[in-house]
Design a binder for this molecule. Structure first.
Ligand code: ADP
Ligand code: MG
Length: 322
């Protein structure tokens, strides 16, 4: 197969951590062509989606005392050429959030790709549909009590009721802008004003789950089915579990309750073309559905001696045959 990946600048990726690299590496190992591009290198010519693509060669990472080791020159790129994206078997949209206006434009370009010829994953329409915080609300039965509002009095009432809460900007990722709220905080009003831009932008307020100190579980879901998980445990003075803010990664299992959450979310993910997704679960409650560029493969792989990237590519092979 010929596979195109839409990335952030490749030199910024971490080969031992980023799932995108794990998937590209798996594709190469399984004998497929890997091409890369960025969202500002997409275009529409005569109603068809094109991209300025460069062929990629990777030096695969190696396990060295339970950590991934990469060589300094871990990738090499060939000459770029403009190609119709329908010459590819699949396009992986793996640009990191935030979802900006240029990101949305990229999804409109990808919408022009004929799905009979080329599988775009995740589907552009699904990416637009599923804001990572708001989409979770479609599964409210498995979510902690949550309010989305920009109204200070309404937010204060919610926090007083629950005594502690977490505030999340709707466009955030990797722990950015996540705040702990309690009614007695002398900065309370100011926090709400700053984070809602003076009441102009809604934020998510969620009941604080004390189980968060035991970990924020990342469950990787492929085509609606969970394929692996890791637990991310906050370290030091930090209450956030995200790896980007120092969360310690530990081996874990998927519990029956978490399987039930996956069973509720999975069919909707499939329906929306959200083939590769990372669910975040704290204390048995769904807190986030990561669809843009979820990570976790490298950590699941090294802790469980599996190769989820290869599982993704094997799945894709079956899709292309049908
Ligand atoms: N309801 C909650 N109760 C306690 N902690 C939470 C809650 N929601 C999120 N957190 C903490 O904040 C971190 C980030 O939350 P999340 O909703 O996954 O947003 P993102 O990962 O996009 O920044 C989590 O790793 C967790 O430590
Ligand atoms: Mg998260």
């Amino acid at each position: 197969m010929k596979l195109a990946f839409i990335l952030d600048p490749i030199a910024q990726l971490d080969p031992g951590h980023d799932s995108t690299v794990a998937i590209m590496e798996a594709a190469q190992i399984l004998g497929h062509e890997v091409w890369v591009t960025e969202i500002h290198q997409l275009s529409v010519v005569d109603g068809q989606a094109w991209a300025k693509l460069r062929p990629l060669e990777l030096v695969p990472v190696q396990l060295d005392s339970h950590n991934w080791r990469s060589v300094p020159e871990w990738f090499s790129l060939g000459e770029s050429e403009w190609l119709n994206l329908e010459t590819m078997d699949a396009v992986f949209m793996r640009k990191d959030p935030p979802v900006t206006v240029p990101y949305l434009y990229a999804t409109y370009i990808l919408e022009l790709v004929n799905p009979q010829k080329t599988l775009v994953m995740n589907a552009p329409q699904g990416l637009r549909e599923a804001n990572e915080k708001m989409y979770t609300l479609q599964f409210y039965g498995v979510m902690p009590e949550t309010l989305v509002s920009q109204d200070k009095a309404q937010i204060r009432e919610f926090v007083e009721k629950h005594q502690s809460a977490i505030l999340k900007p709707l466009g955030g990722k990797a722990g950015e802008g996540i705040l702990f709220l309690e009614p007695g905080d002398r900065n309370f009003n100011s926090i709400i004003e700053v984070s809602t831009r003076q009441g102009q932008e809604p934020v998510m307020i969620q009941r604080f789950l004390p189980e968060a100190k035991l970990g924020d579980k990342r469950i990787i879901v492929l085509d609606g089915v969970p394929i692996g998980a890791i637990n991310r445990v906050p370290t030091g003075q930090e209450f956030r579990g995200n790896m980007a803010v120092g969360g310690r990664v530990e081996k874990t299992e998927i519990t029956p309750r978490e399987l039930e959450i996956c069973a509720q979310v999975g069919p909707k993910l499939k329906q929306d073309g959200l083939y590769f997704v990372g669910l975040d679960v704290i204390g048995g409650y769904l807190t986030e559905v990561n669809v843009t560029s979820p990570t976790g493969i490298r950590e699941v792989d090294r802790l469980n001696d599996v190769r989820l990237g290869q599982q993704v590519i094997r799945w894709l092979e079956t899709q292309r045959r049908s």
